[in-house]
Design a protein around this ligand. Structure first.
Ligand code: HPA
Length: 235
């Protein structure tokens, strides 16, 4: 069987899928975590890999960038491949002083400016929230680390052009980071009665660009977030 964007057989995906944005990072995660990883799809260069971590099945597949892209894959994985949980492992921009470059944010909920959720239930401002058991597992795996935050983020349609007043207002309401996928993922998981979480490494900061991470730092810091994501995947 195949869907418009995934060429895999039913059963090729594990119940839990880790989902970075970048296809090359998906391949690196698969190689890092799963010596037995096999590639199960490669449509549009979006490699999907399935193997085991400590004997438990896991898949890794990239989402691409933005809510329309992750929306396509989440719909097909939940709807056609019977995936039970998707854990986004990505990067985000810090937008409040209490979060620093290199910190990890477990996204409890995700505000959005995207019409994808504004139009979801007519007349309702949909609240896109993470699945509690996955949040709890990630938090437990973080132990007493001080640089792991559990807070709302904002998923925006634009990478460039963050209106300063909007960012300040979001920070005033306790929002810690900006990214581009979590809100749609959470809503689609709710739609299918499945589970989702986003574990985000802060790669740059809207209030201080001098400490933005290099590509290498991004990879190194990423591994910490990965540990929390695997704990959530297998809880
Ligand atoms: N904006 C949106 N997405 C991001 C950012 C950002 O500043 N940094 C990493 N992902």
């Amino acid at each position: 069987m195949a869907t418009p964007h995934i060429a895999a057989e039913k059963g090729d995906f594990a119940p839990a899928v880790l989902m970075p944005g970048d296809p090359r990072r998906a391949e690196r995660i698969a190689n890092l975590l799963m010596p037995d990883a096999r590639k199960v799809s490669d449509v549009r260069g979006i490699g999907a890999y399935t193997g085991t971590v400590d004997g438990k099945p896991l898949s890794v597949m990239a989402s691409g960038m933005g809510m329309p892209s992750i929306g396509i894959y989440a719909n097909e994985l939940f709807g056609q491949y019977d995936v039970r949980r998707i854990i986004r492992v990505g990067t985000a921009g810090g937008l409040a002083h209490k979060v620093k470059v290199g910190d990890v944010v477990v996204a409890l909920g995700a505000h959005t400016d995207s019409a994808m959720n504004t139009s979801r239930i007519p007349g309702i401002h949909f609240s896109a929230v993470a699945s509690y058991p996955l949040v709890a597992a990630a938090v437990a795996a973080a132990g007493d680390a001080t640089n792991v935050h559990v807070a709302p983020v904002v998923s925006r349609d634009h990478f460039y052009g963050n209106p300063a007043e909007q960012i300040q207002a979001l920070a005033d309401y306790g929002t810690l980071a900006v990214e581009m996928e979590a809100s749609a993922l959470y809503a689609i998981a709710a739609q299918y009665d499945r589970e989702a979480l986003a574990v985000l490494t802060i790669s740059d900061h809207l209030l201080d660009h001098s400490r933005d991470m290099s590509a290498q730092e991004r990879e190194e810091n990423f591994e910490r977030a990965l540990g929390l994501a695997v704990a959530a995947a297998h809880c």
